[in-house]
Write a protein that binds this ligand. Sequence first.
Ligand code: NAI
Length: 483
Amino acid sequence: EEKMVKICCIGAGYVGGPTMAVIALKCPSIEVAVVDISVARIAAWNSDELPIYEPGLDDVVKQCRGKNLFFSTEVEKHVSEADIIFVSVNTPTKTRGLGAGKAADLTYWESAARMIADVSKNDKIVVEKSTVPVKTAEAIEKILTHNCKGINFQILSNPEFLAEGTAIQDLFHPDRVLIGGRDTPEGQKAIQTLKKVYAHWVPEDRIICTNLWSAELSKLAANAFLAQRISSVNAMSALCEATGADVTQVSNAVGKDSRIGPKFLNASVGFGGSCFQKDILNLVYICECNGLPEVANYWKQVIKVNDYQKSRFVNRMVSSMFNTVSGKKIAILGFAFKKDTGDTRETPAIDVCKGLLGDNAHLSIYDPQVTQEQIQRDLSMEKFVWDHPTHLQPVIPYGLKQVNVVSGAHEATKDAHGLCILTEWDEFKTLDFKRIYDNMQKPAFVFDGRNVVDASKLREIGFIVYTIGKPLDAWLKDMPAVA
Ligand code: NAI
């Protein structure tokens, strides 16, 4: 019988929390400690109100917390006791210095690595769980081995493919688990150790083992491909509006081709979330550093189309409402970057709202999972100036009194001139649109950024409806949006 494995995960965020909770649930013989420097985050993980909203997460945490799953701020203690250390700290885009606006900021990673080197007293496997630039393991290895006092560190890359909103299901039934390691006997042994952890619940043929660089790059590649699909269908949505084609019909027809597949082909106001943009910018930067400007430009275009889609949406709104939204109340339904999460990082709602505020609109915002504080914070922050041209209005300082966060769709839409759906929450499909219409200013507009409403029913009620990528109402045709 082998000795009990102890796991420590540095970073109790959207990735560290759910992944470790599932490992603890599926591996009762393994003790899992999730540590973080944020006292508030750890306190929340130890309370009844977890710091993130994710369907099914509460249940998993409740089953293991205090048994073989622990959340703690005693970072050094748990790191020194662990055999396997996952590092799941944030890796945002650098905001200043070399590679600003593109390169990954590895400050948090480096400080975690130095701390691991400082406190370790026995051999460790260090696992990159965060999404990192390809070749990061080499840098981490250098930090660890230069400070190691004869301890053997093995670095593995084990990127996480979960999607927010379905994280627990994704972790229970992953399409694949990817483990990259060194080609040496020690490297292969470390791969096997980690593989054994996942083998508690993941079928063997779904655990892919590769070299370090393939594993690191595969995560960036997967996110780039996913985002590219969205930008592709969004680019088509603009052409659909111009020609009278219907993007839902086009997606359906295209997706029937088994080489393409039906998933992830929904047109929308644009992708968001903490990862797609950051990881593509990171990929672009790596291409440029490796003397591959053509490849860099190819991927850059995915972000440009996403920016174009957001600004196109705002322009369509403003132009159809007589070219001004100044002083008008606009209801914003949905603020999270997708349904079933409270996460607002890089949500297209931020850009759309800022665009409308730039034209002096009054916003009444409702999201079932995002707090008022979060929305106010997101909208008062300066938009980070990327090095790619943004088509959006520059942010003019405005009073946040123009932004009202409310607790229901009816309150948000009362006396509004337009309503705008920015997250595909299920509850928006079954709203009482007749009642909403009766309480709005006329003409009443609906701008559906997620294809959730039944446009023909809404038109029957009397709304003027814009749905991305669908044939335009006569009204909208008469008020062409200037791109
Ligand atoms: P997050 O920001 O929610 O969590 C990161 C946590 O690390 C924070 O709580 C922070 O306080 C903590 N931290 C930072 N430095 C630390 C240190 N030195 N010691 C202890 N704790 C420290 O980030 P999230 O969303 O969990 O992402 C983490 C990584 O996983 C990123 O690289 C991201 O790209 C990647 N990823 C994210 C996915 C997502 O859906 N959010 C999916 C797959 C990968």
